[in-house]
Design a protein around this ligand. Structure first.
Ligand SMILES: NC(=O)c1ccc[n+]([C@@H]2O[C@H](COP(=O)([O-])OP(=O)(O)OC[C@H]3O[C@@H](n4cnc5c(N)ncnc54)[C@H](O)[C@@H]3O)[C@@H](O)[C@H]2O)c1
Length: 357
């Protein structure tokens, strides 16, 4: 790493969104330190980054005291992105205590680091802070409808507490913070077994298996392509206007799951077989951001159309299923079984992660 510019810490930088953010920062000439415990990252997300002269990877869990390698460089950090947290329901429910502590204790450690270094911190919060919303679409001043005792609470309430902490630090003048409420994001570098709707449907379609539709498929979501999300996060981090207010980052185009399946079928070029299952507990029925604040403060809105983003994602997963350990898992067990294993309903022997040095 060269010593000319400040250093940006990306916690969770080996994950899906974090790996794209790291790449965008490096392409912009930034120096990046990625801190990640590799708990939910794909083994290959770091491959394109770790040989870059301006990139440093530190394997650490932010619920633990930050390692010397990070603390020794506290004086150099000018920006801290906190993306660390398992983000898909099966993965964050695997160890709910750790998920909650990652948001609360981990965010606290990074806020203290921001205070010590004078860095600005951006917290990757989530649309899940709105729970199963009674207000639609969701503006930032909607306070949410979250079940604090349900199986999703470790994530939803953890993020709500992390937001509180961030704003407490900001109000007390201890750190400059930005809070992004990210809505469903998709694209290359997602894990195929993370149980999120786009990766599920795309992998099932590519593996020739029936597509699982929960409920009757009339529930809605809005999907933002990852390049747009990363652009929104970077603009928010650099905005002088977005202090002390959370900002929704997501795509306001709302579609039903059935429409999503049809869009996939149109790209693949043939009808897809569907299999219906019961809706999971506390699954939100509708989700759509109001992005007026992001437009006004950041001049941001998504620019990637769903069919363009889906095409890129399908192409990436097709390559992934041909070339990577994902293929070996799916060949050995079938995609459905790999997914059930991720949901804790079955066990498959996992191919171990390659841990980068
Ligand atoms: N992808 C989305 O649709 C979405 C939507 C809303 C919010 N978010 C938020 O954005 C962030 C990134 O999400 P993602 O989709 O890239 O998820 P991801 O699981 O791919 O990435 C999260 C990364 O954080 C790491 N991590 C988890 N706990 C950690 C800990 N205690 N210490 C260190 N590292 C830890 C994981 O190993 C992983 O690399 C998350 O905070 C998530 O809550 C994402």
């Amino acid at each position: 790493m060269n010593g000319r510019r400040g250093l940006t810490l990306v916690a969770g930088g080996a994950g899906f969104v974090g790996s794209h953010l790291g790449r965008a920062l490096l392409d912009a000439g930034e120096r990046v330190m990625c801190v990640d415990n590799l708990q939910t990252s794909r083994e290959t997300n770091l491959l394109g980054l770790q040989n870059h002269a301006n990139f440093r990877f530190v394997r650490a869990d932010i619920t633990e005291p930050l390692p010397a390698e990070v603390m020794e460089r506290a004086g150099e950090f000018t920006r801290i992105y906190n993306l660390a947290c398992a983000a898909s329901p099966p993965l964050y429910q695997e160890n709910p205590e750790h998920t909650m502590l990652t948001s609360v204790l981990g965010t606290n450690r990074l806020l203290r680091l921001a205070e010590q270094s004078g860095a600005r911190l951006l917290l990757a919060s989530t649309s899940e802070v709105y729970g199963d919303p009674e207000v639609h679409p969701q503006p930032e001043d909607y306070r949410g409808h979250v079940n604090c005792t349900g199986p999703r609470a470790c994530y939803d309430e953890g993020k709500r507490a992390a937001e509180s902490l961030a704003f407490d630090f900001a109000r007390a003048g201890r750190a400059e913070v930005r809070v992004a409420r990210i809505f469903n994001t998709y694209g290359p570098n997602m894990r195929m077994d993370d149980g999120r709707v786009i990766s599920n449907l795309v992998c099932q379609a590519l593996s020739g298996e029936p597509l699982t539709v929960y409920g009757d498929g009339s529930q809605t979501r809005s999907f933002c392509y990852v390049a747009d999300t990363v652009d929104g996060l970077r603009r928010l981090m650099e905005s002088p206007l977005a202090e002390l207010q959370p900002v929704n980052i997501g795509n306001p185009e709302e579609i039903t799951i059935k429409q999503l399946v049809n869009a996939l079928a149109a790209i693949i070029g043939h009808p897809l077989e569907l299999e219906y299952r019961e809706l999971p507990t506390d699954d939100p029925k509708r989700r759509r951001p109001v992005i007026a604040r992001a437009k006004e403060l950041l001049g941001w809105q998504p620019t990637t159309a769903l069919d363009q983003g889906l095409e890129k994602t399908l192409a990436w997963f097709a390559h992934e299923l041909k070339t990577n350990h994902a293929r070996r898992l799916v060949e050995r067990h079938g995609y459905e079984r790999v997914l059930r294993s991720a949901m804790g309903e079955d066990r498959v022997e996992r191919v171990p992660l390659q841990v980068p040095s």
